[in-house]
Design a binder for this molecule. Structure first.
Ligand code: IPM
Ligand code: MG
Length: 360
């Protein structure tokens, strides 16, 4: 089989980590008998430099015409990069928000998993880690504060800025269903996170999630306020299976969850629409400070590529082989700088990619 993949290397460490993921995908293709045709697409700062905007309509069209999109990371250092002199709607991040919206990628899956080999990198105490933890953050990605109307005005000499947080019940229902579907294949528990003690949007969220839960009697539902959830993630992360939440809360909680696993450099993500189509990217950012130095950890992107094989291309066996190869390399003691601990073998971005590709 042949599949069309849109590749978005992006900015900062993006190009070098995507290169390693392609290396691993091609190795998997050789072994499992499929080929991938890549079309490179510019997004973020890379697109601003060429086209003056962070995402062109042509780029969106290429993404839409593919079977899946694999992305590195976008954005630069806001304090120094000229991209951040532009008005907000022309900055790198606007490209990412636009592609999420245009492709209707409402379901963002962010797994946070503690590899037993990386226990030393986890900042939590041993008694909290226990046998490790394995959760899936299901973040709504095309609604809420990110896409509500906003404005900045000056009234009688006073500057005033407004953002709005809106959800309709259909937006909540479709992400809730996805959350319950995923929970069914895991430990059958959904923690729906909201701020229902204050926000109307959260009260609706809670009501609709309860309705959806009725269709999944085999899955346990609990509700948790977002501030409490932030605390519980470091107090007892083992309690979580699927965390279902709106866009902004999911943005914040997924960074926190990734940190408790020891390195954000390990965490993949998938953003899906109603069909099999998805955009796959690491959960981390573009780390401009280490770009081009062969220091970046390519594993999150490689694991995102594995998610792409599984969710969009139905190549489960190949996906499993990539994940197993990552574990194997960690077991053999190879580490990039971000996950390095004493006694391990320190390697760079390229070598890490090659080691994983060889073990596929
Ligand atoms: C993420 C990022 C983005 C977000 C930024 C870059 C706009 O933080 O994917 O979590 O806030 O969604
Ligand atoms: Mg974020």
């Amino acid at each position: 089989m042949n599949y069309r993949i849109a590749l978005i290397p992006g900015d900062g460490i993006g190009p070098e980590i995507v290169r390693e993921a392609v290396k691993v995908l091609d190795a998997a293709g050789k072994k499992y008998g499929f080929t991938l045709d890549y079309t490179e697409v510019l997004m973020g700062g890379a697109s601003i430099d060429v086209h003056g905007v962070p995402l062109t309509e042509e780029a969106v069209a290429v993404a839409k015409a593919s079977d899946a999109v694999l992305m590195g990371s976008i954005g630069g250092d806001a304090a120094t990069s000229p991209w951040y002199q532009l008005e907000p709607s022309k900055r790198p991040e606007a490209g990412l928000l636009k592609i999420r919206k245009e492709l209707n990628l409402f379901a963002n899956l962010r797994p946070a998993y503690l590899y037993s080999e990386l226990k030393a990198a986890c900042p939590l105490r041993d008694d909290i880690i226990g046998d490790g933890f394995d959760m899936m953050i299901m973040r709504e990605l095309t609604g809420g504060l990110y896409f509500g109307t906003r404005s900045t005005v000056e009234q009688d000499g006073v500057r005033k800025a407004t953002d709005t947080l809106t959800y309709d019940e259909n937006e909540i229902r479709r992400i809730a269903k996805r959350g319950f579907d995923i929970a069914r294949k895991r430990r059958k528990k959904v923690t729906s996170v909201d701020k229902a003690n204050v926000l109307d949007s959260s009260r609706l969220w809670r009501a609709v999630v309860e309705e959806v839960a009725k269709e999944y009697p085999d899955v346990t539902l609990e509700h948790m306020l977002v501030d409490n959830c932030a605390m519980q993630l470091v107090r007892d992360p083992k309690q979580f299976d699927v965390i279902l939440t709106e866009n902004m809360f999911g943005d914040i909680l997924s960074d926190e969850a990734s940190m408790v696993t020891g390195s954000i450099g390990m965490l993949s993500s998938a953003s899906l629409n109603e069909t099999k189509f998805g955009l796959y990217e690491p959960s981390h950012g573009s780390a401009p400070d280490i770009a081009g130095k062969d220091l970046a950890n390519p594993i999150a992107t490689i694991l995102s590529a594995a998610m792409m094989l599984r969710f969009s291309l139905d190549l489960d066996e190949a996906a499993g082989a990539v994940e197993a190869a990552v574990k194997q390399v960690l077991k053999e003691g190879y580490r990039t700088g971000d996950i390095y601990s004493e006694g391990c073998k320190k390697v760079g971005t390229v070598q890490m990619g090659s080691l994983i590709a060889e073990r596929v």
